[in-house]
Ligand binder design. Structure first.
Ligand SMILES: *Cc1c(COP(=O)(O)O)cnc(C)c1O
Length: 401
């Protein structure tokens, strides 16, 4: 019943294309092999080299790389002092980790609705949710477009809150001329293979604050320090190290760091190609009344991690699921980013109810993430446009007159 046929003719392409894919070249492989042949495969020189490189690229003073973006969020919340009884405001249109990090610290995630045109957290909604229990705001740069950082920082400064930017999508983007990563109190990155650059698994926290930096170093490695200057007791001997707080093991290996260092050499190429593809998509889809193109704020010079196709359902005879399945029948294999976090059974059991963020919920009904990655050929991009256009026209409501 709800399974649409391919809307006429053969699929636009024979081989399946997916919404994201890493790009690994010989230089990446060589970099990893060199570390594997070296003496140090973790806690070694590649970690420092990578952290320095991330600082150079983003303009942040300090970088602490770690095992993944979720670990980065957890450490950032801990460094911000988020704990039992606190509230952390975030968006529901994100990966679950943006809210889970508050729960790890015993705090309560509070969901602020999005701006209906940019799809990012609405600073005005954030303002309305701030109270004496609020400790931090976790703002996501959804799709790679910067959140409205200045407005969010105003709220945070006024209320003594910490602004954590979940920048899993944001590498390569600039906000008002400055690189994201050098603006919020802390910015977290993810290097999962679908993100713009990858280390297999990996993450980082960027900050300009020495205080946060020192805390992050401890949380990354069990709360243990080997630095005599930071110890509470006199060392017993040269072997002595000391645990001064409770931390985790969230370390990245030098193998992963070497891969990411090599990937970052290609970042300008990745940015250029992503911007090209987005421009081509926008141009094609702005001609289709069945499609709503995501609004870009002038403050953000955006490198997209995701391209969101938003359906204008009033101009279509099918829903999002049917459109998604019709794309799959054309061998365009998409995804949906994201299911509102509080829809999940775990969050429902915590007492969150549907209806909390109406704009986010409406967006969720209308979106599909199209393929967007560096290695897409021009033909791939045209195939996607061709399939979307074909389905939109085939299932478009007939214009009167
Ligand atoms: C990918 C992602 C994360 C989590 O990163 P991992 O490295 O997979 O742990 C967090 N937030 C957002 C918005 C993401 O897209």
């Amino acid at each position: 019943m709800d399974k649409p046929a391919i809307c006429g003719g053969e699929p636009v392409r024979d081989a399946k294309i997916f919404y994201g894919h890493q790009y690994i070249d010989d230089a990446d492989i060589q970099a990893v092999v060199e570390v594997l042949k070296s003496d140090t495969i973790t806690c070694g020189p590649k970690i420092t080299e990578l952290e320095e490189k991330l600082c150079r690229i983003t303009g942040a003073k300090y970088a602490v790389v770690c095992s993944n973006g979720t670990a980065a969020l957890h450490m950032a919340c801990m460094a911000a002092g988020v704990s039992e009884g606190d509230e952390v405001i975030t968006t529901p249109i994100t990966f679950a980790a943006s809210a889970n990090c508050a729960l790890y610290c015993g705090a309560k995630p509070v969901f602020a609705d999005i701006n209906e045109e940019t799809y990012n957290i609405d600073p005005e909604m954030v303002g309305k949710l701030i109270n004496s229990r609020t400790k931090a705001v976790v703002a996501v740069d959804y799709t790679g477009q910067s959140a409205q950082l200045d407005e969010l920082l105003d709220h945070c400064r006024e209320n003594n809150l910490v602004l954590i930017e979940d920048g899993a999508h944001v590498i390569g983007t600039r906000y008002k001329g400055k690189c994201n990563g050098s603006i919020a109190d802390m910015t977290t990155l993810s290097f999962h293979p679908v993100k713009t650059v990858t280390s297999g698994e990996g993450g980082a926290v960027l900050t300009n604050s020495e205080e946060y930096y020192e805390k992050l170093l401890l949380y990354r490695t069990h709360g243990i320090t080997k630095d005599v200057a930071k110890m509470e007791n006199e060392p017993d001997g040269p072997w002595y190290y000391e645990q001064t707080t409770l931390g985790m093991n969230y370390r990245m290996t030098d193998i992963q760091a070497a891969l990411l260092i090599s990937q970052l050499d290609k970042l300008p190429l990745f940015i250029k190609r992503r911007k090209e593809i987005v421009r081509t998509y926008n141009e094609a889809f702005s001609k289709l009344p069945q499609i709503i193109v995501q609004k870009e704020i002038p403050e953000s010079d955006t490198t997209r991690h995701l391209y969101i196709l938003r359906l204008n359902l009033s101009k279509l005879t099918i829903d999002r699921r049917q459109f998604f399945e019709a794309l799959a029948a054309e061998n365009i294999c998409c995804n949906v980013h994201y299911i509102p976090t509080y829809y999940f059974p775990y969050y429902q059991r915590l007492g969150y109810e549907k209806g909390l963020c109406p704009k986010a919920e409406k967006l969720y009904e209308e979106i599909i993430s199209l393929p967007l990655y560096y290695a897409m050929t021009d033909k791939d991009v045209q195939d996607v446009i061709c399939a979307v256009t074909k389905i939109a026209n085939y299932y478009g409501t007939k214009q009167k007159g």
